[in-house]
Design a protein around this ligand. Structure first.
Ligand code: ATP
Ligand code: MG
Length: 723
């Protein structure tokens, strides 16, 4: 190829290069997993900067996570050898937030507006449902949240919704209206609202839109298949008729349909930009031949695909391991054992990812890792910034910057307890409601009109003074000292120190960790418009769950399959590959969601570079219930030649200290069998011991027979033989 081309293009194949160097206009890069879509996007930006002399100022790039945005910025800086300071690279939410900060007046938001995360949102809704005197059982806050977010994702305000013929929807709508009023009063913006407001900013302020249209001549969107209606509408408007838009995506990896994502946006894009060019990438650079062929065979079971070929010139490599565990504890132990083995052979822990369908699966995995002292990091599960004690602290900080933040007010008004009882709080709420003011303003009125008396009045006055004092005392302090001061002087630290037990200790640790986090917080380049505290608070809300402390440590990576999108790891374990869990029961019940589950499986499998292991358990305790499950249909859809079945052949040798194993051990002594042991029955064939019951001549065992289902048998008569 042409040696005079920029070194930027040297490490790209012809099709990738064509996409990077594409002429101005609209471009769709449609390609399967691991084919270099994200790489193309990053190189395109660098190419625009270096070869086309574009300014970083003219570029807007959307990624799926903040982590991806950070990595992309770094990559571009490496490729371009220049700092990319304030370039607009971020998630839809992050970019919308930045835009709203810069134009809060036009967006009708107070300067100190705060972001409401989904936990806050649910709490606020709960309060509103009560204040409307609705039955929470009939109108669950969670469902209200789903309703409101779905409407916002569609771009719908209450006035756009006609519910006159739907008595049920009429009530949801009433909740939506009351909720939105409360948010607006308090200067609170939920995640969906960020996007909707940013869209309305375009709609209501044509001059502003024109300004940004003139500025962002290049718009690039990764993971486009998972954009929702309002996100696409926002991009569509920004692009106008003159700007260059490059979208990259893979219809086979659309996995957020349940949350309003519209894979149809791909087709819509081609309609909206009739001149759009389509580039298909077909070479996969990530996975071995075996992993890729297996994933291709699986996704081939879906109908309605846009159709893509994917090949690799990599070796076939290891077969995929399929491990059958007798329960989830043993499944976890197997995975940890494999990871240990990999580590003993010189591998890094951070090469290993454990992926699961449901967050509920992570706890058992964590315990197994802890048990063998394997460091791990969870993405998106145990969110640091969502922990109770952290949110309490943030509540004070938020109230210090914005007294009208009702969510923060509710959170800390009586935490730690300061003698402000529910009755007083009810009075504050009802005054706020009847006068249409925020909780803080309601307190001010009540105190002025003697609406509160005696002890209640002085307790409320003290609380308000505390907030003002905290603010005054930290006026000159940096972020770290501010956090430290607030934790100490709000009484939170003392409160958690006074609690007993491991949990309380962990909370105290976390409070200290928050001070550390504040100390090491570097205001992102793109947050120049904000003061440190506001930037920190916004970061806490937007990045919750994405980042964990101690990021540099070599640790196993744990996350849901959804969170793993776009990432890659040499060693991937997908656990709980069982009917009812993956595909999930909900997907099975609803029928039309099965294909999305299959895409999720495709996403999971294609994260693996060298080695993929699938595991399932024949019995699992999850959501507090013990269930027996068959291996997932997805396993059956992978051609057998790529799979290597690993079966438990030895006894369970290392019972855990706590939990179910002790009981099992006792029962083991009475029946002569162990849990998980392989046995043979003259009639039912081979199976595995799942459970025990009774003793003496009544002793029974539960056996899962291969292909014959699960049966209880009386040991004395069953003629079971160990295999
Ligand atoms: P996904 O659909 O999972 O998001 P993707 O299409 O975005 O995948 P990338 O993550 O960009 O794929 O690339 C997958 C891997 O292949 C990366 O490690 C990337 O560096 C590598 N890669 C891509 N193109 C090339 C190439 N031309 N030469 C060498 N390596 C490449
Ligand atoms: Mg990608």
């Amino acid at each position: 190829s042409d040696t005079s081309t920029s070194p930027l293009l040297a490490k790209l194949n012809d099709k990738q290069r064509a996409a990077v160097e594409a002429a101005p206009g609209a471009l769709l890069v449609l390609a399967g997993a691991g084919s270099g879509k994200t790489r193309v996007l990053t190189h395109r930006i660098s190419w625009l900067l270096q070869e086309q002399g574009e300014s970083p100022y003219a570029i807007l790039a959307v990624t799926f996570t903040n982590k991806a945005a950070k990595e992309m910025r770094q990559r571009i800086e490496e490729l371009s050898n220049a700092p990319m300071g304030r370039m607009w690279i971020g998630t839809f939410h992050g970019l919308a937030h930045r835009l709203l900060r810069a134009h809060h007046k036009e967006a009708k938001l107070p300067e100190g507006f705060q972001i409401l995360d989904s936990d806050d949102q649910q709490r606020l809704l709960k309060r509103i449902i009560r204040s409307l005197e609705l039955d929470e059982k009939k109108w669950p806050p969670r469902q209200a949240m789903g309703y409101i977010n779905a409407k916002k994702d569609e771009g719908l305000r209450p006035q756009h919704i006609d519910a006159s013929f739907h008595p049920v929807e009429r009530t949801w709508l009433k909740i939506y209206v009351a909720y939105q009023e409360a948010c607006d009063r308090a200067g609170l913006v939920d995640f969906a609202e960020l996007l909707l407001r940013a869209h309305e900013l375009w709609l209501n302020h044509p001059a502003l839109l024109r300004h940004y249209q003139n500025r962002f001549r290049h718009i690039l969107v990764d993971e486009f298949q998972d954009t929702n209606t309002i996100q696409y509408a926002w991009i569509r408007m920004l692009a106008g008729n003159q700007n260059n838009v490059m979208i990259v995506g893979d219809d086979d990896q659309s996995i957020y349909g349940w949350r309003g994502a519209k894979v149809e946006n791909l087709a819509q894009f081609l309609k909206d930009f009739p001149g759009a060019e389509t580039v298909r990438l077909e070479q996969n650079y990530r996975s071995t031949g075996t992993i890729l062929k297996a994933a291709n065979a699986l996704i081939d079971k879906n109908s309605d695909r846009m159709g893509k070929e994917l090949w690799t010139d990599d070796v076939d490599g290891d077969t995929i391991s399929l491990y059958t565990a007798f329960n989830e504890l043993e499944e976890a132990r197997y995975i940890v054992g494999q990871i240990r083995k990999y580590q003993d052979e010189g591998g890094n822990l951070s090469d290993c990812a454990i992926l699961y369908r449901s967050n509920a699966q992570s706890r058992v995995m964590e315990e197994a890792l802890l048990h063998r002292s394997v460091p791990y990091r969870i993405y998106g599960g145990l969110r640091f910034f969502e922990r109770q004690e952290i949110k309490d602290s943030l509540g004070y900080l938020r109230l210090m910057t914005n007294r009208d933040d009702d969510a923060a007010f509710e959170r800390v008004i009586n935490t730690p307890t300061r003698g402000i009882g529910t009755r007083t709080i009810d009075i504050i709420r009802s005054t706020a409601r009847s006068e249409g003011v925020t909780l803080w303003q309601s307190c001010q009125r009540l105190l002025a009109d003697s609406g509160l008396a005696g002890r209640a009045a002085s307790a409320v006055r003290n609380f308000m003074e505390l907030i003002s004092t905290l603010e005054a005392e930290t006026e000159q302090a940096n972020l770290k000292n501010t956090a430290d001061h607030v934790i100490q002087h709000s009484g939170l630290l003392a409160m958690y120190q006074a609690e007993k037990g491991e949990k309380a200790e962990a909370r105290v640790e976390n409070l200290k960790e928050l001070v550390t986090a504040a100390g090491s917080f570097i205001k992102p380049d793109d947050a120049e418009e904000m003061d440190d505290l506001n930037a920190f608070l916004a970061n806490a809300a937007l990045e919750a769950g994405e980042r964990q402390a101690g990021e540099s440590e070599d640790a196993v990576q744990m996350m849901t399959l959804h969170t793993a999108k776009g990432l890659e790891f040499p060693q991937v374990f997908i656990c709980g590959v069982e009917e009812g869990l993956f595909p999930s029961q909900m997907a099975l019940d609803e029928g039309n969601r099965l294909e999305e589950e299959r895409r999720l499986c495709y996403v999971g499998m294609t994260r693996a570079m060298k080695k993929l292991t699938l595991t399932h358990a024949e019995s699992r305790r999850i959501y507090g219930r013990e269930t027996l499950a068959r291996v997932s249909r997805f396993v059956g859809e992978i051609p057998a030649q790529y799979l290597d079945e690993v079966r438990l052949t030895t006894q369970v040798s290392q019972p855990q200290q706590k939990g179910r194993f002790n009981q099992s051990e006792q029962r083991f002594n009475e029946t002569g069998f162990t849990l998980g042991q392989r046995v043979h029955h003259p009639k039912f064939g081979d199976g595995v011991i799942l459970n025990f019951e009774g003793s003496g001549p009544q002793a029974r065992v539960q056996v899962a027979f291969d292909g014959q289902g699960v049966k209880w048998l009386v040991v004395a008569y069953a003629r079971l033989e160990p295999r």
